[in-house]
Design a protein around this ligand. Structure first.
Ligand SMILES: [Zn+2]
Length: 239
């Protein structure tokens, strides 16, 4: 998980805007951007520029920031009773504070053992383990069809790339794909496995992908619309 400075609430008119202040030696000018993962406004200050100038810029752009933040998918905290989709099946988090031992998946449930303060971390670990299992199985199946073999499969928590294929044949995937419909995960895995045959996006590459998955366009569309929501699972709302 990427380390982020905690957001601070800045009063803009009557609205408390969650703001992360960033001082950057490389920044040439004061700037604002939306952090869609944490649901905050990031104000980048060049060295020596005081915060009050940042606040002034925020005030001038308050309507823009409010609109952008409102448009984000709601942050989905991990807590007892929260429902997370694993592939095509919704799973409710069931907290068993008095149980010891491993967390596990049951019928439509993720059973999370141990103290409440460990629940988010233990839920993420369970999701990640399940992602590794499912993505690994898919990759093995697709690789078998094309007669290729990934060197290794790694899981990451990326923001913008759902999968990648390194020149040495190592495939990497966002573990968050486990929360996408199965056909979407299937397509992303197919795409990266096909790169083991064709390290480009030529018509020959797309022909390999089409052998493995018919869902190219629909999966791109799904990820464009719903991918940002996957990034918000397990995040607390800023501010
Ligand atoms: Zn590609």
């Amino acid at each position: 998980m990427s380390g982020t400075a905690p957001a601070e609430d800045v009063l803009l008119g009557r609205w408390l805007c969650p703001v992360v202040w960033r001082v950057s030696a490389r920044a040439r000018r004061l700037s604002l951007r939306i952090d869609p993962v944490h649901g905050s406004v990031v104000v980048t200050l060049p060295p020596g520029i005081p915060r009050r100038l940042g606040v002034r810029l925020l005030q001038a752009n308050a309507a823009w920031a409010a609109k952008k933040l409102r448009a984000l998918a709601p942050a989905q905290p991990l807590e007892d009773g929260a429902v997370i989709r694993l592939g095509d099946v919704p799973h409710a988090i069931r907290h068993e504070p008095d149980a010891s031992g491993e967390c596990f998946l049951a019928e439509g449930e993720m059973v999370i053992t141990g103290a409440a303060r460990h629940l988010p971390r233990r839920t993420l670990a369970l999701l990640r383990a399940e992602a590794g299992r499912r993505i690994g199985n898919r990759a093995t199946r697709h690789a078998g069809v094309l007669g290729v073999k990934p060197r290794a499969i790694r899981l990451k928590d990326t923001r913008s790339r759902w999968g990648s294929c390194a020149p040495d044949g190592t495939l990497a995937f966002s573990w968050r794909l486990v929360m996408a419909p199965e056909w979407v995960m299937d397509y992303v895995v197919a795409h990266e496995v096909a790169h083991l045959r064709e390290m480009n996006h030529s018509p020959r590459f797309w022909a390999q992908v089409a052998q493995l998955s018919p869902h190219r366009l629909a999966a791109h569309d799904w990820l464009r619309r719903h991918g940002p929501g996957l990034l918000r699972v397990g995040r607390a709302e800023a501010g």
